[in-house]
Design a binder for this molecule. Structure first.
Ligand SMILES: [Zn+2]
Length: 575
């Protein structure tokens, strides 16, 4: 049976259709209306609601053109439509500045509305006011934004281009860094090792460009954060809607549990007949992918597990399958990977994946459907009340993955079990150990960059030290990981690392509450998701009795990981 393609007609009927053009025009007109309302001193309520209409329509148009392109990247009509929407983005972004300035001017009125007719908006409006209090004058902000585009964003594009376009000869074929890194999953150690050496050679060849780029980004970030009276980490915490107590509890729990992850890594080394793993062994498979899932099997399996959790989640996934919300077939000119995207004006979502008949393919689909379910819970809320931070963005997706994994383990043969558990531990080790490594690296780079530029030798040295502190003993480290990860090259998001650990462990912690809360869990879980966009992460978590400022909470998540490590030790002993 052919893999499904999605149907986008309920969003717009085409990229130059009447409904699409009408939406573009409405969005323009609503922008003008917001400005007129501001000039007329209209009520905060009316301004906010009209502004949200702009944001919803813009989000829908932007999402629509992006999804069209992602399955036909070479379609010039779609490209044209995308350009029309991105032209609109200038007006929409500019409007945001105007609205925030106005809110700050009318601070008393806004605070008053927060206590009355806009009480549900209290957190987000106060957050906007706080953001404004860190902004410089409009002229300075305009220059800063311009320089940011030609400075840090250009550096970030340079890093991306070097990673995806520069090549080196590997066994008679020209390969990019990305292609070489994919060989880390190969069964044959010689393949992995040679690919690793080539990758390092290729990165080293361009180290002058990479280090200039990272120095440029970090230098500019420090200057901008100084201007706005932030520290890089502290600004990132605000964006993530968490506080210092929470990050400290998370980081120290990760640190305390490093021995657990090393236990798994050592066992894996033993299974591969090695004294210690090298960096290029971390992703080595320890068994064949044993089971093939047809798309229909994957669908039935996911529906069974979702219905097992709640009727609502089951009905939701069933609707997504039946109404062609999913584009699963890998094909020429379609992007790789997987994502979920919401279309607020249509009140629906779509899921893209590249289904490969493996458990991994099934799990990815469950992950994205988890995101889509999250959308369905928050879409009835208005724009400002459903824009959740990245720390909470992965809650529903990883929760869904976990339900499905638990279900799969129940039925698995010994051989399947070891492969499932190992995949989970491999991913979780990345999200916990490697993320902690990236956190250490970035913290040190910011500290040193404040004093002076860093040479590539220094960057390599900090990277290897961070890897030693987190992975423990490896027979070989990867000194150039700082060149590989695009996350270090963003000035908008510094410390784009700990949110991954937060997301994964928060979802597992939520899963742990399922047992404790029993029958009340399902409705509390839904309620928690509904609040993800309109409150601090601490308050959202409290809705499920999770205290994310305490190490105990994070430990309860790690305990789930520990139970998998135990399974892995036992299963591999029996092998
Ligand atoms: Zn996700």
């Amino acid at each position: 049976m052919a893999l499904p393609h999605w149907d986008l007609n309920e969003i717009y009927t085409g990229c130059d259709s009447d409904d699409f053009n009408q939406a573009l025009q409405n969005c323009q007109e609503d922008c003008t209306r917001v400005k007129a309302l501001i000039e007329d001193n209209a009520s905060i309520n009316e301004i906010i609601k009209t502004w949200e209409k702009v944001l919803d329509t813009y989000e829908t148009l932007d999402a629509y053109t992006s999804v069209l392109l992602s399955v036909e990247t070479n379609n010039s009509d779609y490209m044209l439509a995308l350009n029309r929407v991105s032209k609109l983005s200038l007006t929409v972004n500019n409007l945001e500045v105007i609205v925030i300035n106005y809110l700050a001017q009318k601070k008393e009125e806004v605070l008053n509305a927060c206590d009355n007719e806009l009480s549900e908006y209290s957190f987000v409006l106060k957050e906007l006011l706080e953001k404004h209090s860190h902004m410089a004058s409009a002229e300075v902000e305009a220059i800063a934004a311009d320089l940011n585009r030609s400075g840090t964003e250009a550096f970030s594009r340079l890093q991306e281009a070097l990673i995806s376009r520069t090549t080196i000869d590997y066994r008679g074929e020209e390969k990019t860094v990305t292609e070489l890194r994919n060989l880390a999953f190969d069964k044959d150690r010689e393949v992995r090792k040679e690919a690793f050496n080539k990758e390092v050679e290729l990165l080293k060849k361009n180290e002058i460009a990479y280090s200039a780029a990272i120095n440029g980004v970090k230098g500019a970030t420090i200057a901008l954060d100084d201007l706005h009276l932030y520290e890089p980490l502290n600004r990132s915490l605000i964006q993530s809607r968490i506080n210092e107590k929470i990050i400290d509890a998370l980081i120290s729990t990760l640190e305390k549990n490093l021995p657990l992850f090393r236990k798994y890594l050592n066992k894996k080394a033993q299974m591969l007949n090695l004294d210690h793993l090298a960096f290029y062994d971390i992703f080595a498979p320890i068994s064949e992918d044993v089971k093939r899932y047809e798309f229909e099997d994957a669908k039935a399996f996911i529906l069974d597990k979702f219905y097992g959790f709640s009727k609502e989640m089951g009905d939701f996934a069933s609707k997504a399958f039946e109404n062609n919300w999913i584009d699963a077939e890998p094909r020429k000119n379609k992007v790789g990977g997987a994502y979920d995207v919401a279309f607020p004006d249509a009140g629906v979502s779509r899921v893209l994946c590249n289904f490969d008949y493996s458990y991994n393919g099934l799990s990815t689909l469950a992950h994205e459907l988890g995101h889509a379910y999250h959308d369905s819970v928050v879409l009835p809320k208005s724009h400002l009340l459903r824009s959740y931070p990245m720390t909470l963005a992965e809650t529903a997706s990883i929760f869904s993955e976990t339900i499905v994994l638990q279900g799969a383990l129940e039925k698995a043969s010994e051989e399947e079990k070891i492969s499932l558990v190992e995949t989970f531990l491999q991913d979780t080790t990345q999200v916990c150990v490697d993320i902690l490594c990236r956190f250490y690296f970035e913290r040190e780079v910011f500290k040193k960059r404040r004093e002076s530029e860093l040479s590539s030798e220094e960057l390599c040295q900090i990277m290897v030290e961070s890897q030693k502190k987190t992975y423990g003993t490896l027979s070989e480290y990867h000194p150039y990981m700082w060149a590989v990860k695009g996350h270090y090259y963003s000035s908008d998001f510094s410390f784009y690392n700990y949110p991954y650990a937060f997301g994964q462990l928060f979802a597992l912690g939520v899963f742990a509450q399922k047992k404790k809360l029993g029958d009340t869990f399902v409705s509390k879980y839904r309620n928690m998701l509904e609040h993800t966009g309109k409150d601090s992460a601490k308050n959202v978590a409290a809705l499920l009795d999770c205290d994310i400022e305490s190490e105990e909470f994070w430990q309860s998540s790690i305990d789930i990981v520990a139970s998998y490590v135990e399974e892995f030790m036992n299963a591999s002993n029996n092998k």
